[in-house]
Write a protein that binds this ligand. Sequence first.
Ligand code: DUC
Ligand code: ZN
Ligand code: ZN
Ligand code: ZN
Length: 484
Amino acid sequence: MGSTVIKNGTVVTADLTYKADVKIEGEVIVDIGPNLSGDAVIDATGCYIMPGGIDPHTHLEMPFMGTYSTDDFESGTRAALSGGTTMVVDFCLPSPGQSLLEALQMWDNKSGKASADYSFHMAITWWDEQVWREMDEVVKRGITSFKHFMAYKGALMVNDDELFASFQRCADLGALPLVHAENGDVVAAMTAKLLAEGNNGPEAHAYSRPPEVEGEATNRAIMIADMAGVPLYVVHVSSEQAHEAIRRARQKGMRVYGEPLVQHLTLDDSEYANPDWDHAAGRVMSPPFRNKLHQDSLWAGLQSGSLSVVATDHCAFTIAQKRHGIGDFSKIPNGTGGLEDRLAVLWSRGVNTGRLTMNEFVAVTSTNIAKILNLYPKKGAVLVGADADLVVWDPARKKTVSAATQQSAIDYNVFEGFELTGLPRFVLTRGQVAVIENEMHHQSGHGKFVAREAKNPVNQALSQWKDIVAPRKVQRSGIPASGV
Ligand code: DUC
Ligand code: ZN
Ligand code: ZN
Ligand code: ZN
């Protein structure tokens, strides 16, 4: 097999920036250094050579709220590659009562058409002994993270006793629990009240789930994780309240990871005040967009390291699907796209504005994710032996985001009209060139499932933890007689 050398570029990793050529043979990086030669050359003059993006949070072709998310593993991974994301981690979602292994079979079937590599998180949407048992088999198949919904009452939500039991099981298995942290009981009550009072438009969606429901649930999940002795990953952190709970836990020494979304970093709640119903409904997702103060908090968290990764929660519905919720906002399928634009939007709004360094950009879009999910250094690295999942990033290329030219299969884009500077020139997936500027050379079926190891450390940060696993029984000389 011939070799390829990426020449004349600057390698940018999570901790280093240096001039070097990168040589690829087959699917992996075989050499990094000056003046390398190979059978084919990719010219990276003026560009940065970075690890491909990893989006740890997608919902492709997922049954949800009476429909299926429209981007599937074909259009979803194509969209990902076009924007420099070379791996996605998708949520396998058993319907309540369904076997985890049966759901996994469905996800295996759906993902065969992926053009980029992928892994799965398993959702725990119900609880009994069968689920407890199957979690072990799921881990053996290389799926070592379990997602829990604290919202979507009456559908996907799990209660605190189930959360605690599942977190303890994760601790036993060396797996990582994830939470969607919103207080589902309060959201359900607020939704009913708003609808009863005639507030049925998409703007009421945001009123039904204020930052407090997220802050409360985030803190509750953190405390339950600590009692279970397990690290915790909080998906789509959108508010200062949730961020504060994470900061506090980390400051105490707990392994708690926060994942803001690029949408929450760059779009705010004024979107719901748009008089066009379709526009506002197209932005309905959970948690909803917040005001600018929350956005500042999220950016600060990325800068200081209290928030670890940037994802999209890509769960894309067409406007026709969104219209299922006309007259009742609680029936608008929750979700937005973002997979395709995550890197470029974060670069333009983060790196070009000085809020993030290039190295921080690589850390939060790729390397940190790879480390937290035990994919590193196969993924998330520019190192000899790593998969050649690479993006050759041209900081001068420009585009205006438009649904008319996107790869995603839906008919709008939440970033419509964003002027972006900094885009991929080339994208490689395991050594194959999948993208050359606007040209797609991806190959459906090229994407492979990446199994992960269960090797999460237990959380032993708080002193009480040891007493919970090994309670000290007090020996007493006598027990008083009962009654008076
Ligand atoms: N939030 C969304 O907006 N969509 C998918 C699931 C979720 O939690
Ligand atoms: Zn969620
Ligand atoms: Zn999600
Ligand atoms: Zn071509």
